[in-house]
Design a protein around this ligand. Sequence first.
Ligand code: PAF
Length: 281
Amino acid sequence: MTPPPILRTLPDLRALTRGWHRQGETIGVVPTMGALHDGHLSLVEAAKARCDRVIVTIFVNPKQFNNPDDLARYPRTEEDDAAKLARFSIDALYAPGAEQIYPDGFATTVSVSGLTDVMEGAHRPGHFDGVATVCTKLFTQTSATDAFFGDKDFQQLQVVTRLARDLDLPITIHGCPTIRDIDGLALSSRNLLLSDRARTIAPRLFEEMEGIAEGLAKGQAFEELQRAAIARLERAGFTGVDYLDLRAADDLSQLDTPTRPARLFAAAWLAGVRLIDNIAV
Ligand code: PAF
């Protein structure tokens, strides 16, 4: 078990991938912002199973944070991350400085319309422009043939899939199942910011979403299920629910009954930490 080679610059990354391309090897990329957990590691596993070469990227992307405090307190744990990756024998950990991604004079924004108007896009202005721009950079810098994203950020997965298709990027985007803790809480780097007490309350979000899914399956009205779930979350200690929506899985349009493949999406605040989750219904 050896930690992966860590590359910091684009020329070093290109020098490595050039040979792989010459041999016709497939390259899987797992883009992350670090603070790796089992959800990320499941993406690495999926990439290893599918691709000849695997690159994990760690870059805390300032352009996708609409709140400077959120950026400042985002967990940064690179040494631990490299240690966690050791057992996967990946080919490289690309952890570039900001100047490798956004060099002086950088003036381009990749913006996906429509899908980004709702939910995270509506609550975090500029967030998806930042995600779309950095993913485009990471795809072209790594020259990956495949990229792996979690269903946990389902809207992000849809946005990245759309941009790859619209820009004819020669890459296949793969969505991988959300990984949950034993009590149902979806794994997220932000869970590290929860106090012990908040951590005991956090699984209520998933519980309420499952309750709504069961209610829908019995034919109950979404609006009533939604109203009752929000009230219970607030009583449990959540300080606000940004959204608890039923939406079509393909174009994210709002639904009041799951008449086509649909998902429930939630974002809620607990002790100053914003949790998001989604499930198929
Ligand atoms: O999901 C994340 O961690 C980030 O949004 C991503 C895809 C690495 C882009 O910075």
